[in-house]
Design a protein around this ligand. Structure first.
Ligand code: UDP
Length: 455
């Protein structure tokens, strides 16, 4: 890269939520290491701070007008739609100022925006700048969202109410069933379809980047390459290639000391990510089942994740008693370090895409309990395609919890085979981000296309 190109700038536009911030900041790190300057334009919510790790990055904030109480009452889906309505003008203004005061149009190599920050596309069009979509979910969920954006909404709503249809395969998306489609639990079905349609219909990007790898989902990536008619770059998993600490909550590292005292591959690590909620009765059944399994467990219970309770105070005394026998609770864990720890034998997860990649990246098999959106797609792939996860469906009961933990960690062949497959996949992922690997080459191709302005 020559002197002129070293100074070229990439602007990133993240969705203000942990699962989106983490991979886009990793992408920023990866591109920074290739010689680009990075500007992050973010909303006022869940802002990433310009910590030591990002000291070379420029951070700009676009003003918004939603208060936190608005956010909570809207739910995640409507919040995103609202954000897209209210931020378009202020983003254009902020971007215009950046161009006027600090950098020339030619210095900007491209703008990379999270698929759901589609309001930003209007500004790129106006300033005639190349834009690229970054999808923080996998390619298969992206395919599903394109399909959902075009369904006949009336028919789909009827279909989704029929239990028989829910359990049947969705045409053209094998092995996904209707109930595995990435519709959101944080809004109505109509809201999901509206959001996906808006995001799809405003797409003008010249390329799409995925935090995924060909060894995980080659057929969906090939399908997208065909259907989108713009280059598709699977460059993940970014957390292996470009770790970039961007936790929005404080990590409690005391759990590592606790893990140090546990037997190898004995611990069940439990986390529902940054948004997942769990009712009191499910928490209690889980604690009973975990306790009956006799396995130690490390449980992340985020403040606010038990509805009607600040933390765990609304749970009955039995819960604390069960947990204190074999478990350890934290409000937020250093997840990647936890998954890397030799004591961890399995990950009970909501199957967010980052958690899924992090677990596969450490060869840890999973208990899959998806809640919403693409988590359902990931869980289906974990169980049926990669075969490194056990899906837990239906009501949570202590007997099923105990059984699933034993199947994964304690009893013979099934768990051992899953662990072996998880380790094989971990090795494939590591190879894909090494020099000459598919994701590493894909990132190089993307960077070369920026150099030659070839998109
Ligand atoms: N995470 C963490 N500590 C925790 C729980 C989660 O650092 O105690 C991180 C995790 O490593 C992952 C992210 O939060 O990178 C969650 O993203 P994911 O896509 O899995 O789920 P989401 O939060 O978007 O539902």
């Amino acid at each position: 890269m020559d002197e002129k190109q070293v100074k070229r700038r990439i602007v990133l536009v993240p969705v203000p939520a942990q699962g989106h911030v983490t991979p886009i900041m990793q992408l920023g790190k990866a591109l920074h290491s290739k010689g680009f300057s990075i500007t992050v334009i973010q909303t006022q919510y869940n802002r990433v701070s310009s910590s030591q790790d990002f000291s070379d990055f420029q951070f700009l904030t676009i003003p918004g007008t939603l208060t936190d109480s608005n956010l909570q009452s809207l739910g995640a889906l409507r919040f995103l739609m609202k954000l897209n309505q209210i931020c378009e003008a202020s983003f254009k203004h902020c971007f215009g100022q950046l161009l006027q005061e600090q950098v020339s149009r030619d210095d900007i190599a491209c703008v990379i925006y999270d698929e759901y920050m589609y309001f930003s596309a209007a500004a790129f069009k106006e300033f005639q700048l190349p834009s690229v979509i970054f999808s923080t979910t996998n390619a298969t969920a992206f395919v599903c969202r394109s399909v959902l954006s075009k369904v006949n909404a009336d028919k789909f709503l009827i279909d989704m109410k029929d239990p028989e249809v829910q359990n049947s395969l969705f045409p053209g998306l094998h092995p996904l069933r209707y109930k595995d489609l990435p519709t959101s639990a944080f809004g109505t079905l109509e809201d999901s379809i509206s959001l996906y349609s808006e995001a799809v219909n405003t797409r003008t990007a010249s390329a799409v980047i995925f935090n995924s790898a060909s060894c995980l989902e080659s057929s969906s990536l090939l399908r997208l390459q065909r259907e989108l008619q713009v280059p598709v770059y699977p460059i993940g998993p970014l957390h292996i290639a470009a770790s970039a600490p961007s936790s929005l909550l404080e990590e409690d590292r005391s759990c590592i000391e606790w893990l140090n005292k546990q037997e190898p591959t004995s611990v069940v690590y439990i986390s529902l990510g940054s948004l997942g909620l769990m009712e009191n009765k499910d928490m209690l059944e889980m604690a009973r089942g975990l306790s009956n399994s006799n396995q130690p467990f490390l449980w992340v219970i985020r403040p606010g994740s038990v509805p009607g309770s600040e933390w765990t105070e609304s749970l009955p005394e039995e819960f604390s008693k069960l947990v204190s026998e074999r478990g350890y609770i934290v409000k937020w864990a250093p997840q990647m370090e936890v998954l890397r720890h030799p004591a961890v034998g399995g990950f009970w997860s909501h199957c967010g895409w980052n958690s899924t990649l992090e677990s596969i990246g450490e060869g840890v098999p999973m208990i899959c309990r998806p809640i919403t959106g693409d988590q359902k797609v990931n869980a289906r792939y974990l169980e049926c395609v990669w075969r490194i996860g056990i899906r837990l469906e239906g009501e949570l009961e202590k007997e099923t919890v105990e059984r699933v933990v034993k199947r994964l960690i304690v009893l013979g062949e099934e768990g051992a085979d899953m662990r072996k497959r998880a380790i094989d996949l971990k090795e494939k992922l590591e190879a894909s981000v090494r020099s000459g690997g598919s994701s590493c080459s894909s990132l190089d191709n993307f960077v070369n296309s920026l150099k030659t302005k070839n998109f």
